[in-house]
Design a protein around this ligand. Structure first.
Ligand code: SOE
Length: 390
C-alpha cells in the first residue's frame, strides 16, 4: 500500500471543463509518479440526479449539490473550480480561507476587483502552505514548453514581436442559442476573456515577462440570439419573445507592449468561419522565430536566423522526443498526444508543487495580471481613442 500522503479533490462543475479536468485527475497518477496519492472524492453540481450520474461517468467517488458543503468537508484537501466565471471568486476565497488548495479555471474572475480579492486570499493561504493555481493548460503542451525553453536559452535572440490569434467559429451561426458564455453577468466578457485570456497568458509565459500597456477594440456582430435551439418550443417566436441580448464581445482585437519592449498583436474571435480551435502564436526575434498552432499541437515550427540564408527556413519539429517536457511519460517518438494531455500535465505540476510546498504556476497573481490587461482592453475599446476616422 502506498505510504504517500493523500490529496483528496472536490470538483465544482462537471460540464466541458469538468470533464477535461476529471480526465486529468484520472490519468495523471497512472502516467506520472506523483508525490501524493490522488483521491477523486466528490464532484459538485446543482442537480442531484445529474451530479450523481456525472460522478459515475467521470470517476468521482461521490456527489455534492452545495459547494459550501464540499468546501466544509474535512476529507477534502483541494477544490477544483470548473464553473462559469461568476462563481470563481466566492468559491476560491471560501476554499482558500478554509485551508483548501485551489485549481481555478481561466479566466480567473469576471472583474479585476474579484481577481484582486482572490489573489489576496491566495497570498494569505500561501503563508500557511496552501496554494492556488489558474488553469492555463496550453503552457503544458510539450511543444509549448519546448518553445519556452528555446526562448529562455536565447535561441531567438532579442524577441521583438508576438502575433497571437485564437480563432473559433462556434457562434458564427446567429441561430446558436444564448449560452452562458455570451452573457456578461455569467462570463464577464466574451471572446476577450474566454479565449483572449489564453493567448495573453501564453505570450507572457513564452517571453517570461508581462504586457504593461495595451490598446484594443471589441465587436459584437450578432446582438440577439434565441434563448433555446430552434425547434425546442420556440417555433414562431418573434424577436423579443424567445430571444435574449448578447451582452459580451464576439471578437476582441488588441495590441500589447511588453516590459522589455516587444510588441504583440492579439485576435480572439468566435466568428472566424472555418476555424474550430485555432490558437496560433508566432514569436519573432533577432536570431530566430517560433510558430505553434493548437490544432497541430505536437508540432513546433522553428526558424534559425543564424543559418546561412540559402538553407534557412521554418523547420517542422515534432515535439515527441523523450527529452521534450512531459512527453517521456507517454509514447515513443511520433505517436503524438492530444489537447486533453495538457490537463494531465496540469495535475502533475500542481500536485508536485503542493508536495514541495511551493507556488504552482500560473498563480492567482498571474491570473490577476491577465484580468488587468483584459480590463484595460475593455476600457480602451470603450474610449474613442482607438479609432480615428479616415
Ligand atoms: C471556448 O469555447 C473554450 O471552451 C474555452 O472556454 C476553453 O478555455 C478553451 O480551452 C476551448 O474553448
Amino acid at each position: 500500500m502506498s505510504d504517500k500522503p493523500r490529496l483528496n479533490v472536490g470538483m465544482v462543475g462537471y460540464a466541458f471543463m469538468g470533464r477535461a479536468h476529471s480526465q486529468g485527475w484520472r490519468t495523471a497518477p497512472h502516467f506520472f509518479d506523483l508525490p501524493l496519492r490522488i483521491g477523486m472524492t466528490a464532484v459538485c453540481g446543482r442537480d442531484p440526479a445529474r451530479t450523481t450520474a456525472a460522478a459515475a461517468e467521470l470517476g468521482w467517488d461521490g456527489a455534492e449539490t452545495d459547494w459550501r458543503a464540499l468546501v466544509a468537508r474535512d476529507d477534502i484537501d483541494l477544490i477544483d473550480i470548473c464553473t462559469p466565471g461568476d462563481s470563481h471568486a466566492e468559491i476560491a476565497i471560501a476554499a482558500l480561507d478554509a485551508g483548501k488548495h485551489v485549481l481555478c479555471e481561466k479566466p480567473l474572475a469576471n472583474t479585476v476587483a474579484e481577481a484582486e480579492a482572490m489573489a489576496a486570499a491566495a497570498a494569505r493561504a500561501a503563508r500557511q502552505g496552501v496554494f492556488a493555481m489558474v488553469g492555463f493548460t496550453n503552457r503544458r503542451v510539450p511543444a509549448v514548453a519546448l518553445a519556452r525553453q528555446l526562448i529562455a536559452d536565447g535561441r531567438l535572440g532579442t524577441v521583438r514581436q508576438v502575433r497571437a490569434a485564437y480563432q473559433q467559429d462556434w457562434i458564427a451561426d446567429p441561430g446558436v442559442p444564448l449560452a452562458w458564455r455570451l452573457q456578461k453577468d455569467k462570463a464577464g466578457s466574451g471572446a476577450l476573456g474566454d479565449i483572449g485570456a489564453h493567448i495573453l497568458d501564453l505570450s507572457q509565459f513564452l517571453l517570461g515577462e508581462r504586457v504593461v500597456a495595451t490598446s484594443g477594440t471589441l465587436e459584437t456582430f450578432v446582438r440577439t440570439r434565441p434563448l433555446q435551439a430552434a425547434g425546442t418550443g420556440l417555433a414562431g417566436a418573434t424577436a423579443g419573445e424567445g430571444y435574449g441580448e448578447v451582452t459580451v464581445d464576439d471578437a476582441a482585437w488588441f495590441l500589447g507592449r511588453f516590459a522589455g519592449g516587444a510588441l504583440a498583436s492579439y485576435e480572439a474571435t468566435r466568428f472566424a468561419t472555418g476555424r474550430k480551435n485555432a490558437l496560433t502564436i508566432e514569436v519573432s526575434g533577432s536570431d530566430g522565430a517560433l510558430f505553434w498552432n493548437l490544432e497541430e499541437l505536437n508540432v513546433l515550427h522553428f526558424f534559425d536566423n543564424r543559418l546561412p540564408a540559402p538553407e534557412a527556413g521554418f523547420r517542422r519539429i515534432l515535439a515527441t522526443e523523450p527529452e521534450t517536457p512531459y512527453y517521456s511519460a507517454w509514447w515513443p517518438a511520433g505517436h503524438i498526444i492530444g489537447w486533453e494531455h495538457g490537463f494531465t500535465h496540469q495535475v502533475l505540476d500542481l500536485v508536485t508543487a503542493i508536495a514541495a510546498g511551493r507556488q504552482p504556476e500560473a498563480s492567482f497573481d498571474d491570473g490577476l495580471h491577465v484580468q488587468r490587461v483584459l480590463d484595460a482592453v475593455e476600457r480602451s475599446a470603450a474610449s474613442s481613442g482607438v479609432w480615428l476616422d479616415v
